[in-house]
Design a protein around this ligand. Structure first.
Ligand code: FES
Length: 102
């Protein structure tokens, strides 16, 4: 009975929106972009399900670190990541195993 919708996502990454909001930016070249946005830009991802991977902002995940953002890698959901403010987004993308643009 369930309908299916195809996506191009190789992976889904969940980024805590509340952590991101608390930092008021903190990532990217100028340190002003929220983590999800900086990650999407780094990977050159298209919007929504057309993208090669999904970076989705979600509600508070209940970890609430100080000066960092909680991130769940859908491919390795057993261990979550605490990404400190100003972390290198390219390194994070590699750690998450996300496809980088050629
Ligand atoms: S505010 Fe991000 S995990 Fe709670």
């Amino acid at each position: 009975m369930t309908q299916h919708v195809r996506s191009n996502w190789a992976n889904a990454v969940l980024v805590c929106a509340k952590c991101s909001k608390k930092l008021d930016g903190g990532f990217g070249p100028k340190g002003k972009a929220p983590l999800a946005k900086a990650l999407r830009k780094e990977l050159g991802l298209k919007k929504g399900r057309k993208g090669a991977a999904g970076v989705v902002e979600v509600k508070c995940l209940g970890v609430c670190p100080r000066g960092a953002v909680t991130v769940v890698n859908g491919a390795q959901a057993r261990e979550w990541l605490i990404v400190p403010e100003g972390a290198d987004v390219a390194e994070l993308a590699a750690e998450l195993g996300l496809p980088t643009p050629e």
